[in-house]
Structures are given as structure tokens and as C-alpha cells.
Design a protein around this ligand. Structure first.
Ligand code: AMP
Length: 468
């Protein structure tokens, strides 16, 4: 599905707020929801819960932070609780949730635990990178719901520890990210082991053609639910861009952290090496920071996340995949230390703040060679990011014309190559405003320059895998 179509599907906010009681969920589930202090369902919950309750297949186009976990977990728990397994021997696995990362798997399992705390249903989680012992034991004891990442699940299946023939509901979460991470064959191997007669719930933040193709082969007459399209970052997030060159980015970050407004920040770098370098430098500046990325052990990542959530560290530096699905309540700032080379990642990144109605601020550092990425982002979100001009590390490169926001302009296409500032021409303060009015020097302007030179990075799953 193209961005334009996604945008067309953006729904107007519903006038009347409904309540969780109106879904007819069982009292033990409503009690858990009330304990979580959820009063009003989020749009994805409002739309998806009735469909899942009816046992229908669903394609949900929703980014993380929209409340999509509860959108599938609550009706699943309701249905399981309403038809309890009464056999003897080990409980069969009735629900399988497949998700790309360990962090996301942990969060989904924790949500099932919380929403199902007043039921007798049992869940377990399996993911790689840790000793398999406790996971195997949980499986041997018998569980109703299994949350898994693909690799470890296949391992356990090959050892005969997981039997999927009894699965009634299969949830494929973050399907686009699964494909990005090269999991497509693993997913198909898992699906081959599921019974043909099942309910399938398919969630993806974006719906490119390959994802649609996968959905077409595994869903039966699905109902589509698209809430906040990925092209629309959470309304609550205030966004700004700082033009700053690479060598000065760390100083700008320190400068911003010295100010009072940043309570805590999730800082994104493009590479693991970059994440380590930023963390080290911040420590030298006496800022408490930790990095999380795929080279860190599971324990180290969990510890870093724990310290950050409790305010022990003020800055968490992460790569895209490591940060996927992180649920940090009360995150004041997201900082894009490096701009992502995939515009969708920008939306995912800034969605870490401003979650479930809270406000948040996203700051992006853009060096001259990253300006094509900025143009791609602005075209995707269909707006110009306001430029912060009042900072001491302003880039000396001149600005170009603003991004043409027409999404039909090829992403990163050569059409705008003329607008890329010439790195050898520093301090280019010539020119008029893009609307033709004469005016201030470009460096002092408030408008966003846009550049669309060819995008250097390929969409290679392996390339991105290596970054994990
Ligand atoms: P998710 O998109 O599932 O990762 O959820 C994002 C965050 O929203 C989590 O912290 C949830 O606890 C929270 N949340 C989910 N549903 C609601 C709701 N109806 N009201 C308030 N917060 C919610």
C-alpha cells in the first residue's frame, strides 16, 4: 500500500469516546484494564477489538505506541477465557504471537501477563540469545499463549518442544520489520506448522507490496484496520531540525543536555559503533548515558533499559532495531543524532515519545550529507520540519530550496539534486526565500531546505541486520 493510500485512510477522530465496557469484555479482563488506568480505548483498539472478538482475520496498519498490543491481547484473552481448555495433560498452545525482537517479545508477554492477571491463562516467551532452559521448562509445564521471536521458536520446534497444531489464533506483529530483518523464510516455516483453520491477525506499520503479498497468502477475508498511518507521526510530538555538521553533533547534544528542558532522551545513531562513540563521549562530559544495540548481551540491554526507565541514566543511545518497540513511559525527548536513511524509521523513532497521548519533543541533527534523508522524511510526513536556528553549532553550509512535498517525487531521486548544497561552498548566505520574497540570509531562515540527491543506502535486509 502506498503512502498516499495510507494517508487517505487516516481517520477523523471519533466524536464520542467509547468505553472498554462496551466491547462486552469479560469482567476479569475489564478489571485488569481498569487497574492499568486505561479509560478510553485508543483508535486501533476501538476498531480491532470487535473484529478480533468475532474471530475474524485482521490486517492492522498501526505503528507502535498506538495501543495495538491491547488491541489484540484483550480480545484474545477474552476468547480463551470463554472457552477454557478442559483436557487432561499438558495445556496446548492456543495462541502464537510472532514478533521480530526480544524487547518487543518481552513487552508483549508482559502485557499478556498484566491484562490476563485475573484469569488462569498461562503464557510464555521464547527468544534467542539467552539460555534455553527456563523457556523449555515453561513450555513443558504447558501454556495457552506463546510469544516468540522466529529463530528460537524454530529451534524449539525442531527439538520437539513446541507443537503448533493446536493454535487457534496467530498474531504476526511488526510484519514489515520482520521482512526488513530477513525473517521471511523463518515466518513461512512457522506458518507451515500452523493449522489451516485458524484466526490470523497481521500487524504492520507500513504496507509495502511484499508485505501485502505475504498478508494475501496467510489471511482469509481479512478486515482492514488502518489508524494512524505511518506517515503521520503522533500529533503530540513537537519536531525540530538542527543543521549541524558531523564533528559538531556531539557538542550540540551536550549543549542541549546542559539546558533544563531535556529530562531524558533516547538518542538514535545509525550504527552500533556510533552508539558506543556517543555514549563514551557523553560519559566524558559527565552525562549518564548507556548504549543499547545488538552487540550487547540481553542482560546488558535489559539493565540499560531498566536504569533509563528509572531515571538512573539520563540518556539511552540506541540503533533503530534495538529501540524497536521500546515502551518508555515519560520520555521527554527523542534525538536523531543521525538521520535515518529510511524515512519510515523517523516516524518509528519519534513515536517513542509522545506515547498514548503524552507530549514529547523530537530533535533531529542534520549534516550536509544527510539532507537527502531529510527531504525523504519531509515528503513522507508531508510537512517541513521547523529549523532551529538559535544554537551555537549551526552548519555553515547554505540552504537550498525547501523539499517538494509531493510524494510522487521519487524518494531521493535525482530530481532535486541541484538543491544539494555544495560542501565546498561553506557560508553560502546568498539567495532569497523559497517563496520568492527577498529576505534574511538562508542561515537565519526559518524554512527547511530540502535536498533530494540520490539516496546512498540500499534497502538490504542483510545490511540492516548487520547493524543490529
Ligand atoms: P503499544 O502500542 O501496544 O506498544 O502501547 C503503547 C502504550 O500505550 C503502552 O504504554 C500501553 O500501556 C499504553 N496504552 C495502551 N492502551 C491504552 C489506553 N487505552 N489508554 C491509555 N494507555 C494505553
Amino acid at each position: 500500500m502506498q503512502t498516499e493510500q495510507l494517508l487517505e485512510q487516516a481517520e477523523q477522530p471519533l466524536e464520542k469516546k467509547m468505553s472498554f465496557e462496551e466491547f462486552g469484555l469479560r469482567p476479569e479482563i475489564l478489571r485488569a484494564v481498569a487497574e492499568k488506568k486505561y479509560t478510553v480505548p485508543t483508535p486501533i483498539q476501538e476498531k480491532a477489538i470487535p473484529i478480533v472478538l468475532e474471530g475474524k482475520d485482521l490486517i492492522g496498519c498501526a505503528q507502535t505506541g498506538t495501543g495495538k498490543t491491547a488491541a489484540f491481547a484483550l480480545p484474545i484473552l477474552h476468547r480463551l477465557q470463554g472457552t477454557p481448555w478442559r483436557g487432561t495433560g499438558r495445556r496446548p498452545i492456543r495462541v502464537l504471537v510472532l514478533t521480530p525482537t526480544r524487547e518487543l517479545a518481552s513487552q508483549i508477554a508482559a502485557s499478556f501477563g498484566e491484562y490476563g492477571k485475573h484469569t488462569a491463562l498461562k503464557h510464555a516467551i521464547v527468544f534467542g540469545g539467552v539460555n534455553q532452559g527456563p523457556q523449555s521448562q515453561a513450555l513443558r509445564r504447558g501454556i495457552d499463549i506463546l510469544v516468540a521471536t522466529p529463530g528460537r521458536l524454530l529451534d524449539l520446534m525442531s527439538q520437539g518442544l513446541v507443537q503448533l497444531k493446536t493454535v487457534e489464533t496467530f498474531v504476526l506483529d511488526e510484519a514489515d520489520r520482520m521482512l526488513d530483518m530477513g525473517f521471511i523464510h523463518d515466518i513461512r516455516r512457522v506458518i507451515d506448522q500452523l493449522p489451516a483453520k485458524r484466526q490470523t491477525l497481521f500487524f504492520s506499520a507500513t504496507m509495502p507490496r511484499e508485505i501485502q503479498g505475504l498478508a494475501d497468502t496467510i489471511l482469509r477475508d481479512p478486515i482492514r484496520v488502518a489508524v494512524t498511518p505511518v506517515a503521520t507521526p503522533a500529533e503530540a510530538v513537537e519536531q525540530h531540525v538542527h543543521f549541524v555538521e558531523k564533528s559538531e553533533k556531539i557538542k550540540l547534544l551536550k549543549h542541549l543536555l546542559d539546558g533544563p528542558s531535556i529530562k531524558n532522551a533516547l538518542v538514535f545513531t545509525r550504527t552500533k559503533h556510533g552508539a558506543d562513540a556517543v555514549t563514551k563521549q557523553l560519559e566524558r562530559y559527565s552525562v549518564r548515558a548507556e548504549a543499547i544495540h545488538g552487540n550487547k548481551s540481553q542482560n546488558a540491554r535489559e539493565k540499560a533499559l531498566w536504569s533509563f526507565k528509572r531515571g538512573v541514566t539520563r540518556v539511552l543511545v540506541a540503533t533503530d532495531i534495538a529501540a524497536r518497540g521500546l515502551d518508555i513511559v515519560d520520555l521527554s525527548h527523542v534525538v536523531n543524532f543521525d538521520l535515518p536513511n529510511e524515512p519510515e524509521s523517523y516516524v518509528h523513532r519519534i513515536g517513542r515519545t509522545g506515547r498514548a497521548g503524552a507530549s514529547g519533543i523530537a530533535l533531529s541533527f542534520c549534516s550536509v550529507d544527510e539532507r537527502p534523508f531529510l527531504a525523504d522524511i519531509e515528503r513522507l510526513i508531508r510537512k517541513h520540519l521547523p529549523v532551529v536556528v538559535d544554537h551555537p553549532y549551526r552548519s555553515g553550509y547554505g540552504a537550498g530550496t525547501p523539499t517538494n512535498l509531493d510524494p510522487r517525487q521519487s524518494h531521493g531521486g535525482a530530481a532535486h539534486a541541484n538543491n544539494v548544497p555544495n560542501p565546498r561552498r561553506k557560508h553560502d548566505a546568498s539567495g532569497t526565500r523559497p517563496d520568492g520574497r527577498p529576505g534574511r540570509s538562508r542561515r537565519d531562515s526559518k524554512w527547511t531546505p530540502g535536498f533530494g540527491a540520490s539516496k546512498p543506502s540500499p534497502r538490504h535486509a542483510e545490511h540492516r541486520r548487520a547493524e543490529w
